[in-house]
Design a protein around this ligand. Structure first.
Ligand code: NAD
Length: 242
C-alpha cells in the first residue's frame, strides 16, 4: 500500500515510516524540515525500502493539497495516512500566549484535519483505507503546564471516534495511538528532574522507544486489526489503564 506519514523526519514518525517500509509499504515521508525528511528516506532506501520525501507544513492547506497531489501522481493515492506531525510546549495556563495556543491547535488539530481531508476521498472511492492519528496519553488524562497540548490531543481523539463512526462502514478504519513518554527529541528537551520523576512512577519503569510505537501503528493498519475502529491504543508503559 501507499503510506503517508507526517512529521516523519524525527522520533516516532521516522520510526513509523521505517516500520511501514519494512512491512512492504511504499512510504511518503513528510516533514516541515526537508533535510529531516530526506534523512528518513535515505535510511529506508539503505535497507531496500521504497520512499520519497515531501516537505510541507501540515497546517498549510495549499501545501498539504499540493503534497497529496504530488504523491498521488508519483505513486498513487495514499491508502494509509499516519497523522503524526507535532511539537511539544510546556507553560502554565496563565503563561500560554494566544499565538502559541493557536499554533498548537494549528499543527495538531488543523493539520490532522487538512491531511485527512486531502487523503480520504480516494480511500472512500476505493472502499479501503487506514488512518492512524498519533494523539498522546495527555489527551486522556491531562497534564500540568500542558492545557493547550493536552486539549489538542483530546481533540484528535474525539475526531478519531467521530470519523470512525462516519466512515468505517465504507471501508476506512480510523484509530488513534496515545503514547506515554517516548525517547525522542521532544521528550529529551524536558528537564532531567521531570524525566526521573516520571520514569519512577511508570509501572513498566521506563519510557518507550519510537519503534515500540511504530509496532502499534503497523498492527493497526494490518488485517489483524480488522475489528479496530475509533479506538485509542495506549503504548504508555502502564501509565494510563483504561
Ligand atoms: P519529534 O520532535 O521527534 O518529531 C516531530 C516531527 O514533526 C519533527 O521532525 C518536526 O519537524 C515535524 N513537524 C513539526 N511540525 C510540523 C508541521 N507543521 N508540519 C510537518 N511536520 C512537522 O517528536 P516526537 O516525539 O516523535 O512526536 C511525534 C508525535 O508524537 C507528535 O504528534 C507528538 O505530539 C506525539 N507524542 C510524542 C510523545 C513523546 O513522548 N515523544 C508522547 C505522546 C505523543
Amino acid at each position: 500500500m501507499i503510506a503517508l506519514v507526517t512529521g516523519a523526519g524525527s522520533g516516532i514518525g521516522a520510526a513509523i515510516a521505517k516500520r511501514l517500509a519494512t512491512d512492504g509499504h511504499t512510504v511518503a515521508v513528510n516533514d516541515l524540515s526537508p533535510d529531516a525528511a530526506k534523512a528518513t528516506v535515505e535510511s529506508i532506501r539503505a535497507v531496500g525500502g521504497t520512499a520519497a520525501a515531501y516537505a510541507a507544513d501540515v497546517s498549510d492547506e495549499g501545501a498539504v493539497n499540493a503534497m497529496v497531489g504530488q504523491i498521488t501522481e508519483e505513486f498513487g493515492a495514499p491508502d494509509i495516512l499516519v497523522n503524526n506531525a507535532g511539537f511539544g510546549h510546556q507553560a502554565l495556563f496563565t503563561e500560554i500566549e494566544p499565538d502559541m495556543f493557536d499554533k498548537i491547535f494549528a499543527v495538531h488539530v488543523r493539520g490532522n484535519y487538512l491531511c485527512t481531508r486531502a487523503c480520504i476521498p480516494a480511500m472512500l472511492e476505493k472502499g479501503v483505507g487506514h488512518i492512524v492519528n498519533i494523539a498522546s496519553q495527555l489527551g486522556q488524562i491531562g497534564g500540568v503546564e500542558l492545557t493547550h497540548y493536552a486539549g489538542a490531543k483530546a481533540a484528535v481523539i474525539g475526531m478519531t471516534k467521530s470519523l470512525a463512526r462516519e466512515v468505517s462502514a465504507k471501508g476506512v478504519r480510523v484509530n488513534a495511538v496515545a503514547p506515554g513518554p517516548v525517547n525522542t527529541p521532544l521528550v529529551e528537551a524536558l528537564s532531567e528532574d521531570w524525566k526521573a520523576a516520571k520514569r519512577a512512577e511508570l509501572p513498566l519503569g521506563r519510557f518507550g522507544q519510537p519503534a515500540e510505537v511504530a509496532g502499534v501503528v503497523s498492527f493497526l493498519v494490518s488485517d489483524d486489526a480488522a475489528l479496530f475502529a475509533g479506538q485509542t491504543l495506549g503504548p504508555n508503559s502502564g501509565d494510563v489503564m483504561l
